[in-house]
Design a protein around this ligand. Sequence first.
Ligand code: B12
Ligand code: SF4
Length: 636
Amino acid sequence: MDGIRRRPRHPRLLLINPRFRESFWSFKWAVEEILPRKRAVNPPLGLATVAALTPSHWTVEIVDENVEPVPLAPRADVIGVCGMGVQFARQAELLSYYGARGHYTVAGGSFASLCPERYAELADTVVAGEAEYIWPEFCRDFERGRPRALYRETGSVGLADSPVPRFDLLRLDRYTSATLQFSRGCPYRCEFCDIIVMFGRKPRHKGPEQIGRELDALRARGVRSVFFVDDNLIGHRPGAVELLRFLAEYQDRYRRPFLFGTEVSLNLAQDAELLGLFRRANFTWVFIGIESADPEALRATRKTQNLREDPLAAVRRIYAHGIDILSGFIVGFDTDTPRCFEHQRCFIGASGIQVAMIGLLTALPRTPLYERLEREGRLIAQAECADNTKASTNIIPKRMSYAEMIEGYRALYRRLFSDRGIAERVKNKLRHLRDPVYRGEYRLREQAAILARLLVKGIAPGGWRRAWHFTRSLPWRAPAKLPLAVMDWIAGLAMRDYVDRHFGTPRAADATAARRWFASIERALRRHIETGAASVTLTASPGSAPQLRLRLAGGLDSAFFRRCARRLVPLLRNTRVSVTLAIENIEPLHLRRLERLLQRLARYGERVFIELAEPLHKIVRIDSSVFNLVLAQRPR
Ligand code: B12
Ligand code: SF4
């Protein structure tokens, strides 16, 4: 209650999705270089749902920091910040920043649902679990001036009570795909899974008319590509059949406006009726947790639904219905030895799965895996467990050393995303995927532009070898498959770009180059450094990339900005050094110059950190969706 200083009659609510650190799922290269006018893959559906649950006399705004900047001085009474574990650091930073400035703060989303205790000191209120019932309760309590510190969903939400999300508050044109949700929960019991901890094993779903209303809203906004973010869309088979029949009719009624994708379990392959319905409803792809082709590993992790037939046969039967497959794989199961990496590579190659998200086995809090490994003393205390596609994890493997696992994992990705690896998978997929549902989602002119950009920015830089692999993988005699082959190359090269930038160890050459550039910057800015208008430092610690820090204290001139740009751009382009701009003071006449400098650094925004002194918040605008805007913390 301490957080509320006055009780507004029409409270203003700001909901924020914090910036993700880059991961495979960002598809950064594809989104920034190849696909037209896109900034991220999916919008924050949880926030759009919370917005729809908010009383109508409240004013609501959603800011997704992945596609737009967060406001530093918002007009908001309540600020709600969501987040997965991968977003925790930024979510915590935002909550503390706004909390210290007198806003009432609420934490919610996946990670708060899994471990609400981690937010006790960070937010005024924590909303743990599905929000449909407890969020309206919070709003009522807030209006009465008596909000509680914790709202926890202890039962299960009937999805008929979930409203049409406020799609109108999202900037849908900035995402490659919009999202909606039909069901929550999954009937299976994989040992590592947090879904069944959060949403239970009894799938609950919406009615078809409810989905119809959500599709109407998306259609009205011109959306074409839709991702059903269900944990397992076929978890409740009768419900899925009813939904798919409805979707097929909906598509026919409106001249097939949507391309769909979703998540399912591998047993879809044994269900001819469902496969036919998925095709009729225009599902172009499904994401499946295959995890491993080794039956021992699957048995050990209790993923027995994947044991019903040879996984390669299952994959090919799904392809035979024209449906593409994206898949999750895991290495580090108790039965895995150093040979598992080669087995995974062979299976993924033969299956033709291009978007193969391989993760190290990770123990998320409250899962059976976590509890077992804790008992066995095999958890690494303090290790990050939020992002299972980083080259580190929080478990000690059983039949190989931790170092062997990490090295095997890195090498597996490098081999998979070689030019030959990408081409082999395109060929192995298209051989079995005869009549793809996916025929391209863009207009002809856009498709031609995408292909041209792929050739210039993706294929040409790989030289004749890549051009050869690209050419031999194309389905020359089946042009209907061409859009799929092009998209697979875009996805493959985007993942390769990520591997190149993130899976190498910091190079000694970077440290040498950083020292050279540092000396050059010092020389170029000598005059500004001597007058105290600027200062520059370089820090390098073993095992991590060097960091250059440039302090702007005011009293600068146009030469300063010119010289900075000339040196910082090549430094960022040619090394993995990160740069911090600490802006303490800047005269209004230099704002335009600062803006121009930032425009030139934007391409490397992931490695540029900006610290902005508080008095400048209203004067200098930093796009925090591009740069790492460090938020000054102060006590509440
Ligand atoms: C769609 C999705 C994505 C999308 C992006 C979604 C986005 N832009 O936010 C994509 C595909 C990009 C993605 C990527 C990843 N994801 Co993901 N993703 C999902 C998925 C399938 C659905 C989320 C969703 O939209 N649900 C529908 C909405 C309506 O439900 P909801 O989010 O749960 O929200 C409800 C409540 O939580 C609450 N709520 C939500 N936000 C807020 C905020 C406030 C203030 C309040 C009060 C309440 C509240 O209200 C909502 C209504 O009840 C979930 C699985 C799941 N079932 O949650 C995984 C999931 C969230 N992802 C997960 C992970 C690990 C990842 C990755 C790290 C995977 C990886 N290893 O690379 C990446 C990271 C992203 C990146 N770097 O780009 C984990 C998170 C684990 C955790 N507990 O933190 C989940 C739970 C999957 C899993 N099995 O573990 N993901
Ligand atoms: S099939 Fe997927 S969602 Fe279901 S329990 Fe296993 S990992 Fe979790």
